[in-house]
Design a protein around this ligand. Sequence first.
Ligand code: GLP
Length: 269
Amino acid sequence: MRLIIQPDYDRVSRWAANYVAARINEAKPTAEKPFVLGCPTGSSPLGMYRCLISLYKAGKVSFKNVVTFNMDEYRDIPRDHEQSYHTFMWSNFFNHIDILPQNVNILDGNAPDPEAECAAFETKIKSYGGIDLFLGGVGPDGHIAFNEPGSSLTSHTRVKTLTRDTIIANSRFFDNNVDLVPKTAMTVGVGTIMEARSVLLIVNGHNKARALKHGVEGGISQMWTISALQMHPKALIVADDAACEELKVGTYRYFKDIEAANLDPEAVK
Ligand code: GLP
């Protein structure tokens, strides 16, 4: 696992966006062999999406041959609800780049047969030969996508019940009213994320410090699903200083040290 520590959220966002653009450009995707990107929602990736839009507008990256799969979607809220992940993705990212609508895959939270919807999502990922780069954030309780504590580390796309912690954390998007937050969601599994060829998590802010500590220094545990990344052959976490608050000084220095030799991908190739 690589842990890239940046001083603040702006630098984290720039680093992540440059990394994504560089991977897409390096793959030289075509319509026949697109680049397959796993996409998260939440506040963590917003800065990265803004930077990716700027890179697109500057002609440094194109999403024409990129296929996306979103991590998760709330159950039982209308697709055009202002807090649905469909709305989030289109208004914060897809509407501003050259992605083809038919290349966007987001779970249908209102599917009448949720199991079939989840199975079809996994089949579609496989039909593209898997995900090249899965982007993500992390919840304060260490969950990736909606794989709450106790989720199987080999799980695949399915319906999950949200924990009280997550409902409270996400109530900030629902007028701070926990009753308005959906209680279930559809989400890719930890196994789905682990099957991606590479994974990049954005972890920022003091309220993610415990999750980062468990993800980097803790043992692999279903109680902190972020920790599964320790078993991934190509996992990266880009974190700001605030999120590193609970790491041991030695851990912090170790990653700073080894990453000093790696060039910051500031320039998109
Ligand atoms: C939700 C999403 C996760 C996200 C997490 C953190 O629970 N399902 O994918 O990582 O929130 O969100 P934020 O980035 O807003 O802190």
